[in-house]
Design a protein around this ligand. Structure first.
Ligand code: FES
Ligand SMILES: [Fe+2]
Length: 418
């Protein structure tokens, strides 16, 4: 993302105010309770200038989930991820801590983990994300080398360079927080910690024992062709399951949805669908494919919770497993979507785990087959001059909550408080 600060910021009496391309009053109409609220203006889903504003108002100040600590279980394990055009490296260091550092070489800006040796048809393609295990990161261009904390430990032929002190050079480290095994980063050094604002969600999820679950390898779809909020809305709202997913979602009907009240100081939106039978599953059998999580109550085994830790983490839970989506915008009409299952360790040890996982992924695929084309078509609809500012059903109350969460941050940026 290239940001033109002059276009989006104004200085008024020393307070830096962001210029929002949509009048705040228009946005406020979406932040009312669900029975009064309307859909956000189309610019929020399509306009590059609004996207720039939103990036600075929301994404540069919030805790952004970048995956699971379980994706780097061993010292030296790493993967790369791009957040708001920032190439990052998530790595487990020698102290076994998960660190997130900039992936941009301090010499002349090569993306350190980008492959420099690619087939001709990929010479000018964007560098792919990579993962692996290493003891140091060596930039392929001139071999500047960094340890697992990002400290420069090698830089060839720099001995004639005046005042070059290798020990003073390191990859910038981002503020990082771990919550229930998820890794969060924040680009704002002054942001309040995340975990203290997740207390009620923590209690809601307590019996799932998320912190002990293990993730399987995530599947990442780059360049998903719709605005990131469309993905979030689709994941969280309970209005469409009994309609778009008629038949395959009947075990957890839309009329069983309820959401936790909006908490001004909370850092999560969540709710659950009451199922018609316990131990349901998102597959053609409508039954869980794995053993139930033993710590769940009978009531919990009839529930399908949906959780959003904005802006990037979505979690769905079933009686046998959980699944997570990480949504990272790459432009006003595109995002990167990663998804994976979480299981209790005992489930991963089942002799037929691989076959069952295959069936589970195929089952979720049936829902994606309907959700992803719908979301893609929504993007086209929101580009229309006739894009609606439609009203909400009670079954999509969470959308007005999401709008409220967003508009609070839009307003803060306009007021110079972000
Ligand atoms: S750009 Fe990385 S070593 Fe030169
Ligand atoms: Fe869906």
């Amino acid at each position: 993302m290239v940001r033109d600060e002059r276009a989006t910021m104004t200085q008024v009496e020393g307070v830096e105010r962001a210029r929002c391309p949509v009048p705040l009053e228009e946005l406020e109409r979406s932040a009312k309770p669900f029975n009064e609220a309307v859909v956000l203006p189309r610019a929020c889903y399509t306009d590059p200038e609004f996207f720039e504003f939103e990036a600075s108002a929301v994404w540069e100040h919030e805790w952004i989930c970048v995956g699971c600590a379980g994706m780097v279980p061993n010292v030296g394990d790493f993967y790369t991820i791009t957040v708001l055009n920032e190439p990052l490296i998530v790595v487990r260091n020698k102290e076994r801590d998960v660190k997130v550092v900039s992936g941009v070489c301090r010499h002349r800006g090569m993306v350190i983990c980008a492959p420099a040796d690619r087939p001709e048809e990929e010479w000018t393609a964007p560098p792919p994300e990579t993962s692996g295990n290493c003891s140091t990161f060596r930039c392929p261009y001139h071999w500047w080398t960094y340890d697992l904390d990002g400290l420069l430990v090698g830089a060839p032929a720099m001995d004639r360079t005046t005042d070059f002190d290798r020990s003073q050079i390191r990859l910038p480290e981002l503020r990082t927080e771990l919550w229930n095994g998820f890794v969060f980063v924040n680009l704002d050094a002054a942001a309040a910690p995340l975990a203290p604002r997740l207390g009620s969600l923590e209690r809601f999820l307590e019996n799932y024992r998320l912190e002990g679950m293990q993730t399987v390898e995530p599947y990442t779809v780059p360049d998903v062709p719709f605005n990131w909020k469309i993905m979030v809305e689709n994941f969280m709202e309970g209005y469409h399951p009994s309609r778009l997913h008629k038949g395959i979602h009947d075990w957890a009907p839309s009329e069983g949805i309820s959401y936790a009240p909006y908490a001004e100081d909370g850092a999560a939106l969540y709710g659950f669908m009451e199922a018609v039978h316990p131990d349901g599953g998102f597959n053609p059998t409508a039954k869980a494919l794995f053993p139930p999580i033993l710590t769940l109550t009978d009531a919990e085994r009839r529930r399908v919770p949906f959780v959003y830790v904005p802006p990037s983490l979505l979690i769905g839970l079933q009686s046998d497993s959980a699944f997570w989506f990480v949504v990272l915008p790459t432009g006003p009409e595109t995002h990167t979507l990663s998804m994976a299952y979480l299981f209790p360790p005992s489930t991963l040890e089942l002799p037929d785990f691989g076959d069952r996982l295959h069936a589970a992924i195929a089952g979720v695929g049936l829902f994606n087959n309907q959700d992803l084309p719908t979301n893609t078509a929504i993007q086209k609809g929101m580009r229309s001059r006739f894009a609606p500012r439609g009203r909400y059903s009670w079954q999509e109350e969470v959308l007005s909550q999401f709008n409220r969460w967003l508009v609070t941050r839009y307003r803060r940026a306009v007021d110079g408080l972000a």
